[in-house]
Design a protein around this ligand. Structure first.
Ligand code: ZN
Length: 248
């Protein structure tokens, strides 16, 4: 579900028990309505992090459903009405749904991503950590060194077939940025053409394998990038990229 800030809100339902998770609700009423339309009961609200555009719908969803609010243990005091603090690598279940909580600080210190363990193809709900063709920013309470560590520790080991469900639809702009970093990368031009005319609701879900072909933050070994950024090592290249994206 998309909305005014180009946020993706996710309603994740268990087909068997008809229980659902509202992930990062912004428009709470719309999410409650969508759940009703699907015949699902929202049992849990989970927030990837504390920014207002990822928690603003919590009160409306909670008022309508009584669902508990879960987020990182470190988000206590930052997200109102949180009842359960999630720990790094904890596994959470609802019906047949099963997730691992990935500790992914960087965009903010308390950020977590959810990785499905119950699906044949793993799905990463990446919040504002990894976007199509970019990484989340670090200028609103974040830390770019932590973000780099998160990419190395949590994202690099994930298999290519992992589906990416990010927190915002910024793909077109990010591809333009990626193109400016690596103009000779044919995959960037290809995907720019593929998504150029699509609306937010029509954007494709990409895999991490595809992201690794065009997302500069996942391509720190690319000779084109290295030549342009003159980073001495991958951390410095990552930080130089993030700084460029901030002012791009
Ligand atoms: Zn954010």
């Amino acid at each position: 579900m998309n909305n005014r800030l180009r946020n993706f809100n996710y309603l994740i339902g268990c087909e068997k028990t008809k229980q659902a998770i509202a992930l990062d609700p912004l428009d709470g009423e719309a999410m409650v309505a969508l759940a009703a339309q699907q015949g699902w009961q929202i049992k849990l609200i989970i927030n990837t992090h504390e920014h207002h555009d990822h928690i603003e719908g919590n009160p409306a969803v909670q008022a309508a459903t009584g669902a508990e609010i879960w987020a990182s243990e470190f988000a206590r005091g930052k997200i109102p009405n949180m009842s359960r603090g999630l720990m790094a690598n904890e596994e959470i279940e609802l019906g047949t749904l099963k997730f691992r909580v990935l500790p992914t600080p960087g965009h903010t210190p308390v950020h977590v991503c959810l990785l499905t363990l119950s699906e044949d193809t793993p799905v990463l709900f990446s919040g504002d950590t990894l976007f199509n063709a970019s990484a989340g920013n670090c200028f609103n309470g974040g830390d770019v060194d932590e973000m780099y560590d998160t990419f190395v520790r949590e994202l690099a080991p994930l298999p290519d077939e992992t589906l990416l469900f990010p927190g915002h639809d910024y793909m077109k702009t990010n591809l333009d940025f990626a193109f400016s970093c690596e103009p000779l990368n044919e995959k960037i031009g290809y995907w720019k053409a593929q998504v150029g005319d699509l609306s937010s609701d029509e954007m494709p879900y990409m895999t991490l394998g595809q992201e690794r072909q065009y997302n500069p933050f996942l391509r720190l070994k690319s000779p084109y990038l290295l030549a342009q950024l003159q980073g001495d090592n991958e951390r410095e290249t990552f930080k130089a990229l993030r700084a460029q994206r901030d002012t791009w």
